[in-house]
Design a protein around this ligand. Sequence first.
Ligand code: SF4
Length: 408
Amino acid sequence: MGEILTYTLLQRLDSLEKVFRANLQLANTLRNYISRKLEELRKREGSDFSLKIMDFCGTHEWTIVHFGLRSLMPKGIELVAGPGCPVCVTPSYYIEQAIRLSLEGITIYTYGDTFKLPAINPVDGVSSLEEARARGGRVKLALSLMDAIRDAKATGKDSLFLGIGFETVAPGYARALVADMLPPNLKLLSLVKLTPPAMFYSLDILRDKPTDAPVMGVIAPGHVSTVTGAKAWVPVAEHFGIPVVVSGFEPIDVLSSIAEIMRQLVNREASVKIEYTRAVTWQGDLKTQAMIHRAFEVADDAWRGIGFIPLSGLRIREKYSKNDAREAYGIRELTPAEWKKDTPPGCRCAEVTLGKAKPTDCPMFMKKCTPEKPYGPCMVSIEGTCAVWARFGGGGLAQEIAAELEQI
Ligand code: SF4
């Protein structure tokens, strides 16, 4: 039985690969379709009309850069990354609190990509959890909250789980709280952020620069939408009057989503569509949404480099306060008055996460700031735009090759 399941799964993965990744013919068809639609728009709006499409999520940016999709876009369509990397936008303040606690002997459980995240204000000369561990601080890498629960039960040590993420991590945390799974010695620091308010915020900011080509479509995160449902993006489409397409993460998914955005623009439509139908529904996972609501309340939240975004974070409800690290370890909430710009001097991460600048616009990119030694927060996680561009190139070489091919 197990073998049959494995075989079926491999077959399915193989056909997914053929359809959504290694499918040059379809990629070419989509590319031509996108170019044709741009031409149609230019006939209507003017010959120099150009537009931007925001890929909100770090995983989409990874796909776009890794597979060189920017190089497939005709001149006049620019893909801009959004604030969809939770590690990049976690305020330095909470990393500083975690460093402090680790040096005081509290075990900090953290995901691997937060380990090197630089804090703006060193604690006793220590600027990251990695450095804290080197100085004898108690820092352990964990793959999930369940991992931390197992370890904390085994050690019995006072500990804290750094709960960083978007809506995708909230179901696991909510389940652990509602089912009372955390041992008394383990507390959860909820730093969960909500993506629709951030999308609103970044689109608003980008509209403030009327000299630039407008953002006229959004590629919305597929994994977040498995929880929230595509309906979560309706206010964005309605408020800004632009198409939003919930996309999967393979290159054909992303190209299909861009094609759908272009189709809608030509037809003067502005609706939410699901491209990622193999995982996302309109309503999302209603049971999980209810469980998240039971465990958490929505609060205004600080985003690193950006500031407070209304109703963009999840805090543990009073009912589960015995599990809340804020209560147990005296971690105060940041207030808008206290929040200060928390990116290091010269780092343009805030502009990068808002789609206002490219990593290569930052003079420190691949000089003072590299994946091995990140200076700013966008260079740490594999979902950070600067880290993705550093690892796979920002389209430079691919762009040159595409330009050459166009001349042949
Ligand atoms: S390259 Fe580094 S310093 Fe520059 S914006 Fe990106 S993260 Fe910040």
